[in-house]
Write a protein that binds this ligand. Structure first.
Ligand SMILES: O=P(O)(O)OC[C@H]1O[C@H](OP(=O)(O)OP(=O)(O)O)[C@H](O)[C@@H]1O
Ligand code: HPA
Ligand SMILES: [Mg+2]
Length: 192
């Protein structure tokens, strides 16, 4: 009797230098500076808590925090999500909560990318339970075509079409987070 095993997933890791640059590090720096200025104006005279979503948002948060001139502190959360691309149930689970209370504080959740919206809509609900004075969302990238739940960011560096990207914190199978530009990951290299 023939038994058929599922084929092992083949992951290809082409060099990032072979990938098309969508946004150069200079363009990113320009947009981050502009967002920092906008946030500083919107929160003039107040202090804010930035909450980064590990791991993707770490690099954007570190640049954004330094582009904001009003008092700010930061904290991190981590979530695990299961088969986001394939399963529409979109189960998201918190695996690291905030370290410090945010009740009565002005909070901005910071993400690298808003894609289906499942991660941010889960986190927004969770953070609202902590009764912050206000809650907004800043994202480096917004991929509106992929949205499965209605959610929008308040601060967006760039909108992108439905293409997979890497760099500036974003990974493919944990690689390429340290790439300085945001680049298009080639469709043909995605593991099947
Ligand atoms: O809008 P969504 O469809 O929910 O997708 C966006 C989320 O997915 C990625 O994180 P991921 O869970 O892959 O983990 P990572 O941040 O550690 O890369 C990305 O960093 C966002 O957090
Ligand atoms: O385009 C993407 N790149 C990396 N991680 C992601 N998570 C959701 N979309 C993406
Ligand atoms: Mg993430």
């Amino acid at each position: 009797m023939a038994t058929s095993k599922p084929a092992p997933v083949q992951l290809n890791f082409p060099p990032s230098s072979s990938m098309e640059v969508l946004f150069s590090k200079e363009e990113i720096a320009g947009r981050v500076k502009a967002l920092g200025k906008q946030i500083s104006e919107d929160y003039a005279g107040q202090s804010i808590v930035l909450i980064g979503v590990l791991k993707g948002a770490a690099i954007f948060l570190s640049d954004l925090a330094r582009a904001i001139s009003v008092d700010n502190t930061f904290d991190f959360v981590a979530v695990s999500s299961y088969g986001r691309a394939r399963v529409s149930s979109g189960a998201v689970k918190l695996i690291k909560d905030i370290d410090n209370p945010i009740e009565g504080k002005h909070v901005i959740i910071v993400e690298d990318i808003l894609d289906t919206g499942l991660t941010l809509s889960y986190l927004r609900g969770l953070m609202l339970q902590h009764m912050p004075a206000s809650l907004k969302i800043a994202t480096c990238l917004d991929k509106p075509e992929r949205r499965l739940v209605p959610i929008e960011a308040d601060y967006i560096a760039f909108q992108i079409p439905n293409q997979f990207v890497i760099g500036y914190g974003m990974d493919y199978a944990e690689k390429y987070r340290n790439v300085e530009d945001i680049r298009l990951f080639p469709e043909e290299a995605v593991g099947h």
